[in-house]
Design a protein around this ligand. Structure first.
Ligand SMILES: [Zn+2]
Length: 426
């Protein structure tokens, strides 16, 4: 008997399935009562026989046999070894096969693109990072992404037909239901652009779009904090934003603007003018350009310069980063009171400037929050920003956003019975 270990993403999948964000997903029904539900049982990767599935679901053996056959034909499950038998031919076991399809996962930043192909379990099969200015506009950027994706598929000897879906993270606010950016400040020409339709001209599959902080929150939780259902991911870079995971689900808010912390007023803000037109915003004090502008005698402009100066031990830069951390901590203390997270993860370029921002944030959060809220609270640097796979949180999050949707019971139903239901659209 050959049992596959339960994959670590299973717990994450079961607890944080973001099924409510998609209109096509139906309310939960009795486990195993449809082929899609039967597939949900097999998603844990544990190989099971038809008899075991019949026992688990209470369905007739003949019904199970027909559904297993349909799922086998789709390639989403495969036979994985044989069970022990009391005599005669041993019964086959079946399990979810994450290699059945691939996902195109894209993380777009202000000045870079990470394009990756993953399997259905979010494992990165191949990735490439390129310099690409988001300000060059949606058609230029998305054409480059499509060209990169085709090259990666070719290297992997896959075709567009192998894709289950496309997930894209953008460095600005996105209306998640339509996949259209909404007044993104650093993305000229992108406002209202129909990203899913444009991508579907090349890859005719489900295309889901979200802001980069949300997908980084998903990826970071999936990779490093799978047992934490209440996590705040903070990106500290040119801008400052948060991805909120509450009760295992990404919280986007009514219009997708949840977590936009950069424009919360902070005590030290005074009448400092922010690019949003308001005064005293967190970003106008603790964003990388603001910190750099406050340093005299350096040529620092952005995150990269600040990281270099901090690494070189420049005392003024270190002090400025620590103060930025305190300003951030002031806003985070409010978040802690409101949301009671068990983990706050600091990511983004400035989080890798030593632990100075982290130290400042900790200082204020622990001083200003009530003991119950901080007794189990961890404030940590994003783990995915400390190793060679530093770009992977974004693409893994983008991949998970897609698989949560395309592997849901309703989507599997549509896949298996395409002519009796409306096609799944995000
Ligand atoms: Zn502002």
């Amino acid at each position: 008997m050959r049992d596959r270990p339960k994959p670590d993403w299973y717990q994450w999948w079961m607890t944080s399935a973001d099924r409510t964000s998609t209109a096509s997903v139906t309310s939960p029904v009795a486990p195993g009562s449809s082929p899609g539900d039967l597939f949900q049982l097999l998603l844990d990767g544990t190989p099971r026989t038809r008899a075991e599935l019949a026992q688990l679901t209470g369905l007739a053996r003949s019904t199970i046999a027909a559904r297993v056959e349909a799922l086998m034909e789709s390639g989403l499950i495969s036979a994985v070894g044989e069970a022990t038998s009391s005599g005669g031919r041993p019964p086959s076991r079946f399990a979810f096969d994450p290699s059945a399809r691939a996902v195109l996962a894209v993380d777009l930043g202000a000045m870079h693109a990470v394009v990756a192909i993953t399997d259905l379990a979010g494992r990165v099969l191949l990735r490439r990072r390129t310099d690409l200015a988001i300000a060059s506009g949606p058609t230029t950027v998305l054409d480059t992404v499509v060209a990169e994706a085709r090259q990666l598929l070719e290297v992997l000897q896959l075709t567009a037909g192998d894709l289950a879906g496309v997930g894209i993270g953008l460095p600005g606010p996105v209306e998640h239901t339509s996949g259209r950016p909404a007044n993104p400040p650093i993305m000229p020409g992108w406002h209202g652009f129909d990203v899913p339709s444009y991508i579907r001209r090349s890859f005719d599959v489900t295309v889901l779009v979200d802001n980069d902080v949300n997908i980084m929150a998903l990826g970071e939780q999936r990779m490093h904090w799978p047992s934490h259902d209440n996590l705040l991911f903070i990106k500290v870079s040119t801008g400052i934003g948060a991805g909120i995971i509450g009760n295992g689900q990404l919280q986007r808010g009514a219009l997708g603007a949840a977590g936009d912390l950069g424009h919360v007023r902070v005590g030290r803000g005074g009448d400092v003018l922010c690019r949003c037109g308001n005064v005293g915003c967190l970003e106008a004090l603790a964003g990388a350009p603001a910190i750099a502008a406050g340093l005299t005698g350096t040529n620092a402009h952005g995150s990269d310069d600040l990281v270099k100066l901090a690494e070189a031990g420049d005392v003024a830069t270190i002090a400025a980063l620590r103060q930025a951390g305190r300003d951030l901590g002031e806003v985070l203390a409010t978040c802690v009171s409101l949301l009671n997270p068990s983990v706050i993860v600091l990511g983004g370029a400035l989080s890798s400037a030593g632990d100075h921002v982290l130290a400042g944030a900790r200082e204020v959060v622990y001083a200003r929050s009530l003991p119950l809220a901080t007794s189990q609270l961890t404030i940590a640097r994003a783990l995915s920003s400390t190793d060679a796979s530093s770009d992977d949180a974004g693409v893994i999050g983008a991949s998970m956003m897609v698989t949560q949707h395309v592997l849901s019971a309703a989507a599997i139903e549509d896949l298996l019975v395409p002519r009796t239901r409306e096609p799944v659209t995000p």
